[in-house]
Design a protein around this ligand. Structure first.
Ligand SMILES: Cc1cc2nc3c(=O)[nH]c(=O)nc-3n(C[C@H](O)[C@H](O)[C@H](O)COP(=O)(O)OP(=O)(O)OC[C@H]3O[C@@H](n4cnc5c(N)ncnc54)[C@H](O)[C@@H]3O)c2cc1C
Length: 441
């Protein structure tokens, strides 16, 4: 087939870019094709906690996360599909409660507010009120983002890929890219398990597989691949459940006519905004904000749809460097599970005694400066890379999708700072002596 743009990888990045690019192109004459070796969203995107925080050391990243959060918050109203967005708030607890750290947080709050991010600086008493039962020492200060929250990847990935298809993008599953083809330093196509794709634009958005795919094409990417774990624990009991275990069943009788039957449309119903009125009141809500706990090195995120909570290793204390995702065993470490529980219970004692639901492993791609690598590769005209998102790709995907589509259609990039994320900052270029872009070469 012939394509205007071929994207390697049908994860969050690949499908988001395809969606934005397909909006700018004529699907019949200028096809946008995504080649995904497995299932759409089957890589890191499915395993992510999909937490949306805007607290980053780099304000450029915070700005992208702010724009992306707004995009996700309005997604259902605009696109008519649920991505399971829960604005439960995100609390970031610092590594210690020293005075210097408190000053740093206050300065950071001012910087974030200056770019339009709503953030509160809470003291120990306010933290105890926000998260009943949380264990913090007096003198602790923390940043709280009331608008932050998380998505449900199991809903977000089908929603985004359906929109890409609606716009005319072709999403091929079970289509493994074996080789990127070059002529005279320029991309001319792909060899895939489903045949050849002729194209002058290739975007490599293959998540943890990106570095090895590019290495085979003569491009070394400064990305470290980490194998990480996350532990699942039964959700905490509410105070009502603790006091009265035989919880009353929810009364569903009025739910379907809420806002429709004349007798039931109270003034307060009409005054609520549309998304809120159509929200499913019977959907489980998060039982506490997301907690980014830098002291213990964990991130705690409720998973209401599965009645559990996830605990992630954010300090890489139990992560290991690996060469390839496939080369690692899929078995999660027992040691990590025990460590994660101890860290969780010391911050949130209400999880003590709650059942463990096992651990999962996944892979993250990290760059030395913690910033993603997004842009065209020097010495390889038409070859674009989108990589290095670590644990924070959901926070940037809408900005990356929009900005990449701008770049691919020759427009100036306004959705992110191309200099900040440029591969050129690491002198990423295709080796002059590279003869083939194939895994077999
Ligand atoms: C444990 C964990 C927790 C996370 N938590 C968060 C979070 O809370 N918030 C947040 O913002 N981000 C989070 N992230 C990060 C986020 O999940 C990723 O940044 C994002 O999913 C990356 O999307 P992607 O499309 O680049 O990669 P992927 O989703 O991995 O997609 C890449 C795709 O490429 C395909 N592929 C690979 N090689 C080939 C080939 N040769 N041919 C064809 N297809 C190929 C793969 O099958 C895969 O589907 C987390 C990540 C992990 C691992």
């Amino acid at each position: 087939m012939k394509a205007k743009t071929a994207i390697i990888g049908g994860g969050l990045m690949g499908t988001t870019i395809a969606w934005h690019q397909a909006q700018r192109t004529d699907g019949l004459r200028e096809t946008v094709v995504v080649c995904e070796k497995g299932e759409i969203g089957g890589g890191s995107s499915r395993r992510a906690a999909a937490v949306l925080s805007q607290v980053h050391q780099d304000l450029g990243l915070s700005g992208m996360a702010r724009d992306s959060l707004k995009f996700y918050a309005g997604f259902e109203g605009r696109c008519g599909r649920s991505i399971g967005f829960q604005p439960c708030g995100v609390l970031t607890l610092p590594a210690d409660a020293e005075a210097a750290e408190r000053e740093r947080l206050a300065a950071h709050k001012a910087e974030l507010e200056a770019i339009g991010i709503r953030v509160d600086l809470l003291d120990a008493q306010e933290l105890r009120e926000l998260v009943p039962g949380i264990s913090v020492v007096d003198g602790t200060m923390a940043l709280y983002e009331p608008d932050g929250g998380f998505l449900d990847p199991a809903r977000a990935m089908p929603a985004i890929s359906a929109l890409a298809r609606d716009q005319g993008a072709v999403l091929r599953t079970g289509c493994e890219v074996d080789e990127i083809l070059f002529e005279d330093g320029r991309v001319v196509g792909l060899l895939t398990s489903q045949g050849r794709v002729d194209t002058n634009q290739v975007v490599v958005a293959a998540g943890p597989w990106t570095a090895s795919l590019l290495a085979a094409a003569g491009v070394d990417l400064p990305v470290q691949l980490m194998r990480t774990h996350q532990q699942n624990v039964a959700r905490p009991l509410t105070s009502a459940e603790t006091e009265a275990p035989d919880e009353e069943l929810a009364d569903l009788s009025q739910t379907w006519i809420r806002g429709f039957g004349e007798q039931h449309v109270g003034r307060e119903v009409l005054e609520r905004d549309l998304e809120e009125r159509f929200a499913d009141e019977n959907e489980e809500q998060a039982r506490h904000p997301v907690i980014v706990d830098r002291e213990h090195g964990i991130l705690v995120r409720c998973e209401p749809a599965q009645e559990r909570t996830r605990v992630l290793d954010i300090g890489a204390r139990h992560s290991e460097v690996v060469e390839e995702p496939d080369a690692s065993s899929d078995e999660a470490s027992q040691e990590f599970g025990a460590w994660a529980r101890t860290a969780l219970e010391s911050r949130l004692p209400r999880y003590a005694g709650r059942e463990s639901y096992g651990a999962e492993i996944s892979w993250e791609d990290h760059t030395p400066d913690g910033l993603p690598i997004v842009g065209e590769v020097d010495g390889a005209e038409g070859l674009w890379v989108v990589a290095g998102f670590g644990q924070r790709g959901y926070e940037f995907a809408p900005s990356i999708g929009e900005g990449m589509a701008q770049a691919l259609t020759g427009k100036p990039i306004s959705a992110f700072d191309p200099e900040l994320l440029s591969p050129a900052r690491y002198h990423v270029r295709r080796r002059a002596d590279a003869t083939s872009g194939g895994r077999s070469s």
